[in-house]
Design a binder for this molecule. Structure first.
Ligand code: KE4
Length: 431
Protein backbone atom coordinates (compact mmCIF):
# COMPACT_ATOMS: atom_id res chain seq x y z
CA UNK A 1 0.00 0.00 0.00
CA UNK A 2 1.11 3.59 -0.59
CA UNK A 3 1.31 6.45 1.88
CA UNK A 4 -0.86 9.00 0.07
CA UNK A 5 -2.88 9.91 3.16
CA UNK A 6 0.30 10.56 5.15
CA UNK A 7 1.65 12.67 2.29
CA UNK A 8 -1.56 14.73 2.16
CA UNK A 9 -1.61 15.17 5.94
CA UNK A 10 2.02 16.25 5.87
CA UNK A 11 1.24 18.78 3.13
CA UNK A 12 -1.48 20.30 5.30
CA UNK A 13 0.60 20.08 8.46
CA UNK A 14 3.30 22.17 6.79
CA UNK A 15 0.79 25.03 6.64
CA UNK A 16 0.25 25.17 10.38
CA UNK A 17 3.20 23.49 12.11
CA UNK A 18 6.90 24.36 11.65
CA UNK A 19 8.33 21.62 9.45
CA UNK A 20 4.95 19.89 9.67
CA UNK A 21 5.80 18.15 12.93
CA UNK A 22 5.84 18.84 16.65
CA UNK A 23 9.36 17.49 17.07
CA UNK A 24 12.06 17.72 14.37
CA UNK A 25 13.28 14.14 14.11
CA UNK A 26 9.71 13.00 13.25
CA UNK A 27 9.93 14.87 9.95
CA UNK A 28 11.92 12.08 8.24
CA UNK A 29 14.03 14.87 6.67
CA UNK A 30 17.32 13.05 7.05
CA UNK A 31 15.92 9.99 5.27
CA UNK A 32 14.57 12.04 2.38
CA UNK A 33 10.89 11.25 2.51
CA UNK A 34 7.69 12.54 4.13
CA UNK A 35 6.81 11.14 7.55
CA UNK A 36 4.18 8.48 8.09
CA UNK A 37 1.21 9.64 10.16
CA UNK A 38 0.12 7.09 12.72
CA UNK A 39 -3.44 5.83 13.02
CA UNK A 40 -3.00 3.35 15.88
CA UNK A 41 -0.64 0.91 17.54
CA UNK A 42 -0.98 -2.32 19.51
CA UNK A 43 1.79 -4.42 21.04
CA UNK A 44 4.78 -4.37 18.70
CA UNK A 45 2.74 -3.18 15.70
CA UNK A 46 1.93 0.30 14.43
CA UNK A 47 -0.43 1.19 11.57
CA UNK A 48 -0.16 4.38 9.54
CA UNK A 49 -3.22 6.26 8.29
CA UNK A 50 -2.93 4.47 4.94
CA UNK A 51 -3.37 1.14 6.67
CA UNK A 52 0.26 0.01 6.36
CA UNK A 53 1.41 -2.13 9.29
CA UNK A 54 4.93 -1.94 10.72
CA UNK A 55 6.92 -3.67 13.42
CA UNK A 56 7.72 -0.63 15.57
CA UNK A 57 11.23 -0.10 16.94
CA UNK A 58 10.74 3.62 17.67
CA UNK A 59 8.28 2.81 20.51
CA UNK A 60 7.72 6.56 21.05
CA UNK A 61 11.53 6.93 21.51
CA UNK A 62 11.55 4.63 24.51
CA UNK A 63 8.43 4.92 26.72
CA UNK A 64 6.61 1.91 25.28
CA UNK A 65 8.92 -0.73 26.78
CA UNK A 66 5.92 -3.04 27.27
CA UNK A 67 4.70 -2.40 23.74
CA UNK A 68 1.73 -0.24 22.73
CA UNK A 69 -1.56 -0.36 24.67
CA UNK A 70 -0.48 -2.89 27.30
CA UNK A 71 -3.59 -4.32 28.94
CA UNK A 72 -3.04 -2.97 32.46
CA UNK A 73 -2.48 0.59 31.20
CA UNK A 74 -5.72 0.84 29.20
CA UNK A 75 -7.90 0.03 32.21
CA UNK A 76 -6.15 2.68 34.29
CA UNK A 77 -6.84 5.56 31.92
CA UNK A 78 -10.64 5.41 32.21
CA UNK A 79 -10.56 4.64 35.95
CA UNK A 80 -8.31 7.62 36.72
CA UNK A 81 -9.69 10.10 34.16
CA UNK A 82 -13.22 9.65 35.51
CA UNK A 83 -12.00 11.13 38.82
CA UNK A 84 -10.52 14.26 37.19
CA UNK A 85 -7.36 14.80 35.17
CA UNK A 86 -5.61 17.62 37.04
CA UNK A 87 -6.08 19.47 40.29
CA UNK A 88 -3.01 21.63 40.85
CA UNK A 89 -2.88 20.12 44.33
CA UNK A 90 -0.97 17.08 45.63
CA UNK A 91 -2.40 13.59 45.18
CA UNK A 92 -1.46 10.27 46.79
CA UNK A 93 -0.30 8.83 43.46
CA UNK A 94 2.54 11.36 43.38
CA UNK A 95 3.79 10.04 46.73
CA UNK A 96 3.55 6.46 45.46
CA UNK A 97 5.47 7.37 42.30
CA UNK A 98 8.21 9.17 44.24
CA UNK A 99 8.53 6.14 46.54
CA UNK A 100 8.77 3.72 43.58
CA UNK A 101 11.41 5.79 41.78
CA UNK A 102 13.61 6.38 44.83
CA UNK A 103 13.33 2.73 45.93
CA UNK A 104 14.29 1.55 42.43
CA UNK A 105 17.24 3.93 42.16
CA UNK A 106 19.30 3.83 45.38
CA UNK A 107 21.52 6.80 44.44
CA UNK A 108 18.64 9.22 44.94
CA UNK A 109 16.74 9.96 48.15
CA UNK A 110 14.23 12.43 46.72
CA UNK A 111 12.67 13.16 43.33
CA UNK A 112 10.67 15.98 41.77
CA UNK A 113 8.25 15.33 38.89
CA UNK A 114 8.22 17.60 35.83
CA UNK A 115 6.68 17.27 32.36
CA UNK A 116 9.54 16.35 30.03
CA UNK A 117 13.12 15.16 29.93
CA UNK A 118 14.16 18.67 28.96
CA UNK A 119 12.59 20.10 32.12
CA UNK A 120 14.25 17.37 34.15
CA UNK A 121 17.78 18.10 32.95
CA UNK A 122 17.27 21.89 32.95
CA UNK A 123 16.11 21.72 36.57
CA UNK A 124 18.84 19.31 37.66
CA UNK A 125 21.49 21.64 36.24
CA UNK A 126 19.96 24.63 38.04
CA UNK A 127 19.95 22.70 41.32
CA UNK A 128 23.56 21.59 40.83
CA UNK A 129 24.57 25.22 40.27
CA UNK A 130 22.56 26.36 43.30
CA UNK A 131 24.03 23.63 45.48
CA UNK A 132 27.67 24.29 44.52
CA UNK A 133 27.42 28.07 43.97
CA UNK A 134 29.27 27.46 40.70
CA UNK A 135 28.21 28.16 37.09
CA UNK A 136 30.01 25.87 34.67
CA UNK A 137 28.59 22.56 33.47
CA UNK A 138 30.38 19.85 31.49
CA UNK A 139 28.42 17.99 28.82
CA UNK A 140 29.63 15.64 26.11
CA UNK A 141 29.73 15.92 22.33
CA UNK A 142 26.83 14.05 20.77
CA UNK A 143 24.90 13.73 24.01
CA UNK A 144 21.41 15.24 24.03
CA UNK A 145 19.74 16.46 27.20
CA UNK A 146 16.69 18.17 25.70
CA UNK A 147 16.41 21.61 24.19
CA UNK A 148 17.26 23.88 27.11
CA UNK A 149 19.50 26.70 25.90
CA UNK A 150 22.63 25.80 27.78
CA UNK A 151 22.58 22.23 26.50
CA UNK A 152 22.05 23.04 22.81
CA UNK A 153 25.76 22.83 22.16
CA UNK A 154 27.31 19.92 20.23
CA UNK A 155 24.26 17.85 21.06
CA UNK A 156 22.82 14.72 19.55
CA UNK A 157 19.43 13.47 18.40
CA UNK A 158 17.57 15.85 16.07
CA UNK A 159 20.20 18.54 16.35
CA UNK A 160 22.87 16.06 15.20
CA UNK A 161 20.57 14.70 12.53
CA UNK A 162 20.29 18.17 11.05
CA UNK A 163 24.02 18.87 11.61
CA UNK A 164 23.13 21.98 13.61
CA UNK A 165 24.75 21.04 16.91
CA UNK A 166 24.62 24.62 18.13
CA UNK A 167 21.22 26.18 17.57
CA UNK A 168 20.60 29.80 16.52
CA UNK A 169 18.68 31.70 19.18
CA UNK A 170 20.95 30.52 21.96
CA UNK A 171 22.85 33.58 23.25
CA UNK A 172 26.62 33.14 23.49
CA UNK A 173 26.36 34.30 27.09
CA UNK A 174 24.21 31.29 27.90
CA UNK A 175 26.62 28.70 26.54
CA UNK A 176 29.78 30.32 27.86
CA UNK A 177 29.32 28.22 30.99
CA UNK A 178 28.81 25.01 29.02
CA UNK A 179 32.03 23.05 28.57
CA UNK A 180 31.93 20.34 25.91
CA UNK A 181 34.14 17.28 26.30
CA UNK A 182 34.53 14.18 24.16
CA UNK A 183 32.43 11.23 25.27
CA UNK A 184 34.50 8.37 26.67
CA UNK A 185 37.52 10.68 27.07
CA UNK A 186 38.41 11.15 30.74
CA UNK A 187 41.51 13.17 29.83
CA UNK A 188 39.24 15.84 28.37
CA UNK A 189 37.30 16.00 31.62
CA UNK A 190 40.46 16.10 33.73
CA UNK A 191 41.73 18.98 31.57
CA UNK A 192 38.47 20.88 32.03
CA UNK A 193 38.64 20.58 35.80
CA UNK A 194 42.29 21.67 35.72
CA UNK A 195 41.42 24.67 33.55
CA UNK A 196 38.43 25.76 35.64
CA UNK A 197 39.33 24.87 39.23
CA UNK A 198 36.46 25.44 41.65
CA UNK A 199 34.16 26.70 38.84
CA UNK A 200 32.46 23.55 37.58
CA UNK A 201 29.08 22.89 39.18
CA UNK A 202 28.49 19.55 37.55
CA UNK A 203 28.96 17.00 34.82
CA UNK A 204 25.87 15.82 32.97
CA UNK A 205 26.19 12.63 30.94
CA UNK A 206 24.08 10.05 29.20
CA UNK A 207 25.57 7.00 30.95
CA UNK A 208 24.89 5.16 27.71
CA UNK A 209 24.92 7.70 24.89
CA UNK A 210 21.76 7.02 22.86
CA UNK A 211 21.35 10.26 20.94
CA UNK A 212 24.25 9.86 18.55
CA UNK A 213 23.15 6.34 17.83
CA UNK A 214 24.02 4.03 20.74
CA UNK A 215 27.56 4.52 22.06
CA UNK A 216 28.33 2.46 25.18
CA UNK A 217 30.54 3.89 27.93
CA UNK A 218 34.09 2.53 27.72
CA UNK A 219 35.32 0.45 30.65
CA UNK A 220 36.08 2.86 33.51
CA UNK A 221 34.56 5.96 31.89
CA UNK A 222 31.64 6.34 34.27
CA UNK A 223 33.74 5.31 37.25
CA UNK A 224 36.28 7.95 36.20
CA UNK A 225 33.60 10.63 36.04
CA UNK A 226 32.46 9.59 39.52
CA UNK A 227 35.99 9.99 40.86
CA UNK A 228 36.75 13.28 39.10
CA UNK A 229 33.48 14.93 40.19
CA UNK A 230 33.95 13.76 43.78
CA UNK A 231 37.55 15.04 43.85
CA UNK A 232 36.48 18.43 42.47
CA UNK A 233 33.28 18.97 44.46
CA UNK A 234 31.14 18.82 41.32
CA UNK A 235 27.73 17.15 41.00
CA UNK A 236 27.58 14.05 38.77
CA UNK A 237 24.25 14.01 36.92
CA UNK A 238 23.20 10.86 35.04
CA UNK A 239 20.72 11.71 32.32
CA UNK A 240 18.73 8.46 32.40
CA UNK A 241 15.79 9.75 30.40
CA UNK A 242 16.36 6.86 27.97
CA UNK A 243 18.26 4.34 30.12
CA UNK A 244 16.20 4.76 33.29
CA UNK A 245 13.96 1.70 33.80
CA UNK A 246 15.10 0.61 30.30
CA UNK A 247 18.37 -1.11 31.27
CA UNK A 248 16.83 -2.40 34.49
CA UNK A 249 14.91 -0.93 37.42
CA UNK A 250 18.10 0.81 38.55
CA UNK A 251 18.98 2.00 35.04
CA UNK A 252 22.58 2.50 34.00
CA UNK A 253 23.60 3.30 37.56
CA UNK A 254 22.75 -0.26 38.61
CA UNK A 255 24.17 -1.82 35.41
CA UNK A 256 27.55 -0.10 35.72
CA UNK A 257 27.68 0.15 39.52
CA UNK A 258 28.15 3.92 39.60
CA UNK A 259 26.03 6.09 41.89
CA UNK A 260 25.56 9.64 40.55
CA UNK A 261 24.67 12.58 42.81
CA UNK A 262 21.59 13.34 40.69
CA UNK A 263 19.65 11.56 37.97
CA UNK A 264 17.07 12.57 35.37
CA UNK A 265 14.24 10.41 34.10
CA UNK A 266 11.46 10.55 31.52
CA UNK A 267 9.82 8.39 28.87
CA UNK A 268 9.13 5.03 30.61
CA UNK A 269 8.06 6.65 33.91
CA UNK A 270 5.23 8.36 32.03
CA UNK A 271 4.16 5.29 30.02
CA UNK A 272 3.75 7.54 26.99
CA UNK A 273 2.25 10.56 28.76
CA UNK A 274 4.31 13.74 29.27
CA UNK A 275 6.47 13.09 32.34
CA UNK A 276 10.02 13.86 33.41
CA UNK A 277 11.69 13.70 36.79
CA UNK A 278 14.92 14.68 38.48
CA UNK A 279 16.26 13.40 41.76
CA UNK A 280 19.31 13.32 43.94
CA UNK A 281 20.80 12.96 47.35
CA UNK A 282 18.66 14.53 50.08
CA UNK A 283 21.10 17.36 50.86
CA UNK A 284 21.03 18.38 47.18
CA UNK A 285 17.29 18.01 46.60
CA UNK A 286 16.44 19.99 49.73
CA UNK A 287 17.76 22.97 47.81
CA UNK A 288 14.60 22.81 45.67
CA UNK A 289 11.73 25.20 46.38
CA UNK A 290 9.77 25.26 48.61
CA UNK A 291 12.22 23.26 50.77
CA UNK A 292 15.10 25.41 49.59
CA UNK A 293 15.93 28.48 47.50
CA UNK A 294 16.29 26.96 44.01
CA UNK A 295 13.05 27.70 42.19
CA UNK A 296 11.37 25.16 39.92
CA UNK A 297 7.63 24.70 39.30
CA UNK A 298 5.07 23.23 36.91
CA UNK A 299 1.29 23.43 36.55
CA UNK A 300 0.94 19.82 35.47
CA UNK A 301 3.91 18.36 37.33
CA UNK A 302 2.86 15.12 39.00
CA UNK A 303 -0.32 15.04 36.93
CA UNK A 304 -2.49 12.25 38.38
CA UNK A 305 -3.24 10.64 35.01
CA UNK A 306 0.41 10.54 33.94
CA UNK A 307 1.50 9.41 37.40
CA UNK A 308 -1.11 6.62 37.47
CA UNK A 309 -0.06 5.28 34.08
CA UNK A 310 3.62 5.61 34.89
CA UNK A 311 3.10 3.84 38.20
CA UNK A 312 1.31 0.96 36.45
CA UNK A 313 4.30 0.66 34.13
CA UNK A 314 6.89 0.71 36.92
CA UNK A 315 4.91 -1.78 39.01
CA UNK A 316 4.61 -4.16 36.05
CA UNK A 317 8.38 -3.97 35.51
CA UNK A 318 9.05 -4.41 39.23
CA UNK A 319 6.67 -7.40 39.51
CA UNK A 320 8.17 -9.08 36.46
CA UNK A 321 11.96 -8.49 36.41
CA UNK A 322 12.15 -11.33 33.88
CA UNK A 323 10.94 -8.74 31.36
CA UNK A 324 14.48 -7.36 31.37
CA UNK A 325 15.95 -10.81 30.75
CA UNK A 326 13.60 -11.31 27.80
CA UNK A 327 14.46 -7.83 26.44
CA UNK A 328 18.16 -8.67 26.62
CA UNK A 329 17.57 -11.98 24.79
CA UNK A 330 15.46 -10.39 22.06
CA UNK A 331 17.96 -7.61 21.43
CA UNK A 332 20.83 -10.11 21.43
CA UNK A 333 18.92 -12.16 18.84
CA UNK A 334 18.62 -9.10 16.58
CA UNK A 335 22.29 -8.27 17.14
CA UNK A 336 23.41 -11.78 16.15
CA UNK A 337 21.20 -11.80 13.07
CA UNK A 338 22.34 -8.34 11.98
CA UNK A 339 26.00 -9.27 12.55
CA UNK A 340 25.63 -12.33 10.35
CA UNK A 341 24.00 -10.25 7.61
CA UNK A 342 26.70 -7.56 7.82
CA UNK A 343 29.40 -10.20 7.42
CA UNK A 344 27.64 -11.69 4.39
CA UNK A 345 26.95 -8.34 2.68
CA UNK A 346 30.42 -7.06 3.53
CA UNK A 347 29.37 -3.45 4.15
CA UNK A 348 31.52 -1.38 6.57
CA UNK A 349 29.09 -1.19 9.47
CA UNK A 350 29.36 -1.11 13.25
CA UNK A 351 26.69 -2.62 15.45
CA UNK A 352 26.33 -1.45 19.05
CA UNK A 353 24.00 -2.73 21.74
CA UNK A 354 23.38 -2.08 25.41
CA UNK A 355 20.47 -4.07 26.79
CA UNK A 356 17.46 -3.45 24.53
CA UNK A 357 19.06 -0.44 22.80
CA UNK A 358 20.74 -1.10 19.46
CA UNK A 359 22.28 0.92 16.65
CA UNK A 360 23.62 0.02 13.22
CA UNK A 361 26.21 2.62 12.19
CA UNK A 362 27.20 2.91 8.54
CA UNK A 363 30.83 3.49 9.38
CA UNK A 364 33.85 1.41 10.32
CA UNK A 365 34.26 0.69 14.02
CA UNK A 366 35.09 1.06 16.77
CA UNK A 367 32.50 3.76 17.50
CA UNK A 368 33.45 5.41 20.81
CA UNK A 369 32.19 8.94 20.42
CA UNK A 370 31.08 11.77 18.18
CA UNK A 371 34.38 11.76 16.23
CA UNK A 372 33.58 8.34 14.79
CA UNK A 373 29.78 8.70 14.68
CA UNK A 374 29.90 11.80 12.49
CA UNK A 375 31.63 9.80 9.73
CA UNK A 376 28.55 7.59 9.37
CA UNK A 377 27.28 7.42 5.79
CA UNK A 378 23.84 8.99 6.21
CA UNK A 379 23.07 8.36 2.51
CA UNK A 380 23.48 4.64 3.05
CA UNK A 381 21.44 4.91 6.22
CA UNK A 382 18.61 6.62 4.29
CA UNK A 383 18.57 3.77 1.76
CA UNK A 384 18.62 1.23 4.58
CA UNK A 385 15.75 3.01 6.40
CA UNK A 386 13.62 3.15 3.20
CA UNK A 387 14.11 -0.55 2.53
CA UNK A 388 13.28 -1.53 6.12
CA UNK A 389 10.15 0.64 6.00
CA UNK A 390 9.07 -0.89 2.70
CA UNK A 391 9.46 -4.31 4.33
CA UNK A 392 7.25 -3.31 7.26
CA UNK A 393 9.97 -2.54 9.79
CA UNK A 394 9.90 0.94 11.34
CA UNK A 395 13.18 2.12 12.83
CA UNK A 396 14.16 5.66 13.86
CA UNK A 397 14.34 7.95 10.80
CA UNK A 398 17.87 9.00 11.71
CA UNK A 399 21.28 7.41 11.93
CA UNK A 400 21.73 9.20 15.25
CA UNK A 401 19.00 7.51 17.24
CA UNK A 402 18.50 4.15 18.93
CA UNK A 403 16.49 1.09 18.02
CA UNK A 404 14.23 0.19 20.97
CA UNK A 405 13.16 -3.42 21.60
CA UNK A 406 9.99 -3.90 23.64
CA UNK A 407 8.50 -6.76 25.64
CA UNK A 408 5.84 -7.04 22.91
CA UNK A 409 8.26 -7.93 20.09
CA UNK A 410 7.72 -11.60 19.21
CA UNK A 411 10.19 -14.14 17.84
CA UNK A 412 8.34 -13.82 14.53
CA UNK A 413 8.91 -10.03 14.61
CA UNK A 414 12.62 -10.59 15.23
CA UNK A 415 12.97 -13.09 12.42
CA UNK A 416 11.13 -10.80 10.01
CA UNK A 417 13.35 -7.89 11.09
CA UNK A 418 16.55 -9.89 10.56
CA UNK A 419 15.41 -10.98 7.11
CA UNK A 420 14.48 -7.39 6.25
CA UNK A 421 17.85 -6.18 7.56
CA UNK A 422 19.65 -8.42 5.07
CA UNK A 423 17.74 -6.95 2.11
CA UNK A 424 18.07 -3.41 3.47
CA UNK A 425 21.85 -3.82 3.81
CA UNK A 426 21.99 -4.81 0.12
CA UNK A 427 19.99 -1.64 -0.67
CA UNK A 428 22.41 0.44 1.40
CA UNK A 429 25.35 -1.14 -0.41
CA UNK A 430 23.94 0.20 -3.70
CA UNK A 431 23.43 3.73 -2.31
P1 KE4 B 1 12.12 15.38 26.11
O1 KE4 B 1 12.18 16.85 26.51
O2 KE4 B 1 12.09 15.18 24.60
O3 KE4 B 1 11.03 14.63 26.85
O4 KE4 B 1 13.47 14.70 26.64
C1 KE4 B 1 14.70 15.25 26.27
C2 KE4 B 1 15.78 14.19 26.44
C3 KE4 B 1 16.65 14.28 27.51
N1 KE4 B 1 17.62 13.37 27.69
C4 KE4 B 1 17.76 12.32 26.85
C5 KE4 B 1 18.85 11.32 27.10
C6 KE4 B 1 16.89 12.17 25.74
O5 KE4 B 1 17.05 11.12 24.90
C7 KE4 B 1 15.88 13.12 25.53
C8 KE4 B 1 14.93 13.04 24.34
N2 KE4 B 1 15.14 11.96 23.45
C9 KE4 B 1 14.74 12.18 22.07
C10 KE4 B 1 15.06 10.91 21.28
N3 KE4 B 1 16.44 10.69 21.15
C11 KE4 B 1 13.32 12.59 21.96
C12 KE4 B 1 12.75 12.48 20.56
C13 KE4 B 1 12.42 13.84 19.99
O6 KE4 B 1 13.18 14.80 20.25
O7 KE4 B 1 11.38 13.92 19.29
Amino acid sequence: MGTEKSAALFEEALRYIPGGVNSPVRAFRSVGTHPIFVDRAQGSKLWDCDGNCYIDYITSWGPMILGHCPEQIGQTISRVASKGTSFGLPTSVEVEMAREVTQAYPAIDMVRMVNSGTEATMSAIRVARGYTHRDKIIKFEGCYHGHNDGMLVSCGSGALTFQVPTSPGVPAAVVQDTIVCRYNDLRDVEAAFARYPGQIAGVIVEPVAANMGVVPPKEGFLQGLRQLTAENGAVLIFDEVITGFRLGLGGASQRYGVAPDMACFGKIIGAGLPVGAYGGRREIMEMVSPAGPVYQAGTLSGNPLAMSLGLEMLRELKAHPEIYTRLEEKAACLEAGFAQNIAQVGLPCTLTRVGSLLCLFFTEGPVEGYDQVRHSDTKKFAAYFASMLAQGVLIAPSQFEAMFVSAAHTQEDLEHTIAANRIALEAAAQA
